[in-house]
Design a protein around this ligand. Structure first.
Ligand SMILES: [Zn+2]
Length: 281
């Protein structure tokens, strides 16, 4: 569904991608419209007709991803080991492989690994490092059924307006009892909840490249409905890489009562969360 509405915007969704209810009133309105459904899912309903977000993954997009490569590889290694606690070791697919951090981590763990990315630039960068990667979209993965034991999707599912189709593809390429590791931005993150209109989730690159924001509850429901059983959830602290100072500054900008509430709702302190799910037979 990609019609143009009376404002000249491209219509992304008319129904909630999770529960199927019709879209309600906008929750955030800037160059795009975002709705928060009664089921808890936050999703984009319109974007400028000229947006073309999905073709915007050239060299410039990956500029920030070049930094802290060793840290990114180490983090991916921890995440793959985490996934391996819930399923058998075997061939790994990294969907949205970017510059190959998870592929390099998988290689260091002795796993046969292949990446797929929309970006020809990213795929070429992986290949230059001797890593296996292909150009392809997550809604039509260029692999045979039951090819992989592990699928990694780090900050990928928020980039598609059709998450069910993407998860059906993940299920298709996974072997029975295979695992999928996901990381997504946390829709419960306190800054996005407190002031969505100015949050980076909804403006700039986040606003243009992302289509859906998940909470632990909404992503869990989506996975379960697509026959992927949730095995683990791993929140990690906001800005943990920047150390306690920046985290403390973020929290200090809230009033004491709000801090207490934020701590009570621990999930709100996390900018992203990870989830591991297992495919059935
Ligand atoms: Zn809904």
């Amino acid at each position: 569904m990609k019609s143009i509405d009376h404002d000249g915007d491209r219509v992304i969704a008319e129904l909630c991608p999770l529960c199927g209810q019709p879209c309600g009133e906008p929750f955030v309105r800037n160059e795009c419209s975002w709705v928060r459904c009664g089921c808890g899912l936050i999703y984009k309903t319109t974007e400028p007709a000229a947006a073309g977000a999905r073709s915007g993954y050239g060299e410039a997009y990956f500029e920030t991803y070049r930094r802290r490569r060793r840290h990114r590889i180490a983090k991916a290694r921890t995440q793959i080991l985490d996934a391996l606690e819930h399923g058998p070791a075997g061939p790994l697919l990294d969907v949205g492989c970017s510059l190959g951090y998870a592929l390099e981590a998988a290689r260091s763990l002795g796993l046969d690994a292949c990446g797929v990315d929309l970006s020809e630039h990213a795929v070429a960068a992986c290949r230059a490092l001797g890593l296996s990667a292909r150009v392809g979209s997550l809604e039509a993965l260029p692999f045979a059924d039951r090819s992989f034991s592990i699928v990694v999707m780090k900050h990928v599912l928020e980039h598609t307006p059709a998450p069910r189709r993407a998860l059906a593809e993940v299920s298709r390429v996974l072997r029975p009892h295979g695992v999928v590791f996901m990381a997504v931005p946390n829709a419960d993150y306190f800054k996005a909840v407190r002031s969505p209109q100015t949050s980076r989730f909804f403006r700039g690159e986040g606003g243009s490249a992302h289509y859906v924001y998940y909470t632990v509850a909404t992503l869990g429901r989506l996975l379960e409905e697509e026959q992927l059983r949730v095995a683990a959830v791993h929140p990690c602290l906001v800005h943990r890489h920047a150390g306690g100072l920046r985290w403390a500054r973020d929290v200090a900008t809230l009033r004491a009562r709000k801090v207490a509430r934020a701590i009570a709702q621990q999930a709100g302190l996390r900018k992203e969360f990870w989830m591991v799910a297992v495919r059935g037979r």
